[in-house]
Write a protein that binds this ligand. Structure first.
Ligand SMILES: [Zn+2]
Length: 88
């Protein structure tokens, strides 16, 4: 599932919901390393680029490889994000 195309002009990735180890759902591009902590951050184009060693998105939230997975429709419902225009 994806929400929108990556806003980076040089990238053709898609922005997808990602479940982090903390349970918080963030938005991440499936092509570049951009992560948006919240939907508002995406709307305001305020992305972060988490990197090793801590892969921090915001306090208490990280996207360390192996600890995250793409969100399912049920994850989005739990996160209160199911009302958005997700594309299959
Ligand atoms: Zn991207």
């Amino acid at each position: 599932m994806w929400l929108d195309e990556c806003p980076s002009f040089w990238d053709e990735g898609r922005v997808r919901p990602l479940v982090t180890e903390s349970g918080k759902v963030v938005l991440m591009c499936d092509s570049c390393s951009a992560v948006w902590p919240t939907l508002d951050d995406f709307k305001e184009m305020e992305h972060v680029e988490p990197d090793e060693p801590d892969w921090t998105v915001t306090a208490g939230v990280h996207v360390r490889p192996g600890t995250v997975r793409w969100a399912s429709p049920q994850d989005l419902e739990v996160a209160g994000m199911s009302g958005l225009k997700w594309r299959p």
